[in-house]
Design a protein around this ligand. Sequence first.
Ligand code: PMP
Length: 361
Amino acid sequence: MSEVYNFSAGPAMLPKAVMEKAQHEFLNWRDTGCSVMEVSHRGDDFRTIASKAEQDLRDLLAVPSNYKVLFTHGGGRGQFAAVPLNISAPDDTSLHLVTGSWSKGAVSEAGKYNTAKVIGETVLKDGLQFVEQPQLSGDQLNAAYLHFCPNETVDGIAYDWLPEAGNVPLVADMSSTIMSQPIDVSQYGIIYAGAQKNIGSAGLSVVIVRDDLLGKARQETPSIFDYQKLAETDSMYNTPPTFSWYLSGLVFEWLKEQGGLQAVAANNTEKADLLYAAIDNSDFYQSRVHPDNRSKMNVPFQLHDDSLDTRFLEQAHAAGLVALKGHRFVGGMRASIYNAMPIEGVVALVEFMQEFERVNG
Ligand code: PMP
């Protein structure tokens, strides 16, 4: 089979070298005669994998020592509930910056547990989707936390500034941007992410939480979502998603081999610039997102003539460029170009787009 480039938004492609290593070790992990899937999470073998993965993540993101890293269940949506249960009381207010589908989903879930207030939404600027920085005032500065999603997977909207919120803890859903560039973890109260884009396979969520936010969970919080319990037990309060944790460890090793997040970020910028330039330099394709807020991970684009969408997708698929259909909320196409997507994949997509325009334009 010729090369296939998978532009899925998640579960997304993983680095080939990681998949090959996992395949090689699949039946016999380091001469134990067992698969890593078959060993106890409490045994020394798995604990070695688990703590190495955590340390590598800490190194890559330069996580300060006053933060715990939790490897847990429930995906991104699990954290939509876990965050309010852990750090708000029923009569507290949580603030939300709503910039797309996922941050909107977080508001609905938080609203079950506290008073969830939207403090900013995406606006149109020059006809394009744009995110304004929120200004907090008065009582808002006493909120339990401010939740935002710096990379909206569905909408392809991103921003790299942080909301200014005084002492209100910032909670970031980084499901589709974590590990794609260096960040200053000390600016956040909580960072969380589902693994299935830039970390590993589905089933695992990573939570990075500042120590002072631990131990505040409501009494009714399910124990598997209680950050304090997870921290006390090294995320082994119950059986964690062991294979996914192992795979994330291989991804972190691979990221270190790439030169760390600085190097990875440079690659990601190069890939995104290439794709956006192809969109901008054509009258055939368009982006509806303001240049200041374009995601480097998820690139939605539309054909001006949407009657050609099906033909575009079919021919792209036949050319080995798969999973380009845009989310049903947005339509058109979406190319997700996470860390694992090689530049060759983006070059192949751009060449396909140009040829498709030549024939159909
Ligand atoms: N947040 C973001 C930014 C996402 O992209 C997703 C999934 N695509 C979610 C939350 C929900 O994640 P999960 O399906 O793991 O619950």
